[in-house]
Design a protein around this ligand. Sequence first.
Ligand code: NAD
Ligand code: UD1
Length: 337
Amino acid sequence: MNILLTGGTGYIGSHTAAVLAAANHQVVLYDNLCNSQASVADRLQTITGKTLPLVIGDIRNTLLLTDTLKTHQIEAVIHFAGLKAVGDSVRDPVTYFDNNVAGTLSLLQAMQATAVKTLVFSSSATVYGEPQYLPYDEKHPTRAMNPYGRSKLHIEEILADLATAHADWRIACLRYFNPVGAHESGLIGEDPEGIPNNLMPFVARVASGALPRLTIFGNDYETPDGTGVRDYVHVMDLAEGHLAALESLGKGSAPIRYTNLGTGIGVSVLELVQAFKDASGQDIPSVVSDRRPGDLPAYYADATKAKQELGWSATRTLADMCQSTWHFQVCAKQRAN
Ligand code: NAD
Ligand code: UD1
């Protein structure tokens, strides 16, 4: 199948590109490079042995998108492109809604103009908000708690209306939990600019000596060891989830589906730090501070629906996630020197 990946040079997009190319799909990357680099396309060529065309452009450029869909005879789109920093979205909601929501509308216009009706959308567990029960299943009420989360929820609502109006569309909204880890090659992974916001990249930088210590945001939560609990899922498992979602869309009769992609296992900050110490053999100094505003104590997925409907479940362990992150970190440091 000819598949367009918006945000294809980003973290999750690039890993999904590697999985799709290995499954003999023709992948086209589309990215404005606001949070990734064009060199990712070259690395994907090294990994896959195939040339993956990269179109450098913004998803709000409807004409360029339409032209790209036509030129490459695209049959399905996986829509990763978006801004994802929660703090930035609180400071600058207009930019977030413009990029994420208006960008998606532009994509949908281009798809309608070219009769491409199969779409996989990168949603997030953040749409659920404060847990009314755990694990979150897909029937859990949605109530996003910040502009980033609301941008994902608005997009899901737009897609639901589209599916109601046009029953011949096939749309999968994949609600990711906490993607971490990297491709085994060490060539692609998560490499945030500046100081990372998220736990795993922060821990990796402390282990490498690039940052002096981890600050643990609170150890007085009502969790087994007092630190925050999340459902970390290996990015390669997640990438395989996209392939499974695409395949299942071809078979299913519902125009839209919502599916959690997580492991179903909650891991605390202290557990993740210990696993990273074990994987890297490095010390990870840490201090405990106050809770981070807006953080939830614990959340994790009910992964049953993904197994039933997509035939997908995560297979990689926390140790795999830490080892691959560390390998990528070491390789990135070598490349920089
Ligand atoms: P990322 O920033 O690495 O990748 C996103 C890519 O989209 C980047 O390459 C960026 O340059 C591109 N992009 C952004 N705005 C664009 C625009 N207007 N036009 C064209 N390209 C644009 O992020 P990621 O972690 O790979 O996330 C991919 C998607 O998954 C995002 O939509 C994100 O919200 C969602 N998601 C991510 C996580 C996570 O923790 N990483 C969790 C849940 C959902
Ligand atoms: C964050 C985002 C969420 C997004 C998710 C994707 C916020 C408020 N939420 O969630 O919208 O979907 O990333 O992966 O930004 N922690 C520390 N020290 C650190 C960093 C994190 O102790 O330096 C703790 C946090 O308090 C939390 C856990 O580690 O308990 C995981 O944090 P993080 O990786 O930022 O993910 P989320 O909080 O789940």
